[in-house]
Design a protein around this ligand. Sequence first.
Ligand SMILES: Nc1ncnc2c1ncn2[C@@H]1O[C@H](COP(=O)(O)OP(=O)(O)O)[C@@H](O)[C@H]1O
Ligand SMILES: CC(C)(COP(=O)(O)O)[C@@H](O)C(=O)NCCC(=O)O
Ligand SMILES: [K+]
Length: 256
Amino acid sequence: MAFLALDVGNTRLKWALYDEPRVGARLITHGAQFLENIETLDEGDWSRLPAPRWVLGCIVAGDAVKRRVEEQLEMWDVTPQWVVSGNAEAGVVNGYDHPARLGSDRWVAMIGARQRLLAHGRPRPCVVVMVGTAVTVEAIDTEGKFLGGLILPGHGIMLRALESGTAGLHVPTGEVRDFPTNTSDALTSGGTFAIAGAVQRMVENLRQHCGEAPEVFMTGGAGWKMAPSMSTEVELVESLIFDGLLHIANKRLAVA
Ligand SMILES: Nc1ncnc2c1ncn2[C@@H]1O[C@H](COP(=O)(O)OP(=O)(O)O)[C@@H](O)[C@H]1O
Ligand SMILES: CC(C)(COP(=O)(O)O)[C@@H](O)C(=O)NCCC(=O)O
Ligand SMILES: [K+]
C-alpha cells in the first residue's frame, strides 16, 4: 500500500511516493512543484499515481499553503498527517528552547541525518545543512542531542535584499571565484561564501564542544550548488527529509 511523503518549503512542494511506509521502502516516483503551481497537482503530476493509503509530511509554508495542499489531497480518500517537532524522536533529542517551534523540516532532516550517521557505524557529532529558501545549519552531538542551529538567508533572498537596498547591484548571476573582479561574481561568491563560512563556523563550534570533527550532511534544492564551494568535506544527500519521514512513518504507520 503506497505511502506519500511531502516536504512543503517556502519555495517548492517536494513529494515522493513509496510502496510502503517503512525504512528501505521502494521509491515509486517523485517530483516537485513551485508553491504557485500547487493547484496543478491533482490533474497533473498526481493524476496517474496509485492512491496512497498514508500521507505524512512536514510543512513550514504557512496555513494558507497547507489548506491548498490538503485540497489537492482530497482526490484520494486519505487524511494527511503533519509532523510537529517533538522533544525526542528516532534517537534525536530536541534542545530547542521551545521544541515545537523548531521548523518541522529541520527536525525531520536531522532524524534522517542521524539514522544515516548511525548506519555508517560508530556515533559521531554531525552538522546538517539545508540550502533552500533559507539556509539552516544544525549541530547534533555524539549522543544525538540537537544542540542548536543557525538560520540565514538563502542565495535568492540575499541577492534580492541587495538588489532592493542598493542602486548599483542589478546584474546577472555570476560565478563563484576566490577573488571576484566584477559585480556579478562578487555577489554570487559573497552569497556562497557567507553560507560556506557559517557552516565552517558551526563545524568548528561542534568540534570544540564534542572534541571530535563532525560529519557534515547537506540537502535542499540548492545544495548541489553549494557543495562544491565548501571548505570541509560534505555528503550531499538529496533525500534527507524523505529518509526522516520514512523513519517516522515506520514507527507511526507501519505497525498499524
Ligand atoms: N528547478 C529549480 N528552479 C529554480 N530554483 C531552484 C530549482 N531547483 C532548486 N532551486 C533552488 O533551490 C531553492 C529552493 O529549494 P527548496 O529546497 O525547494 O526550498 P524550500 O524547501 O525552501 O521550498 C530555490 O531558492 C533555488 O535557489
Ligand atoms: C527556517 C525555515 C524558514 C526554513 O524554511 P525553508 O528554507 O525550508 O523554506 C523553517 O524551518 C521555519 O520556518 N522554521 C521555524 C522557525 C525555527 O525553526 O526556529
Ligand atoms: K526545506
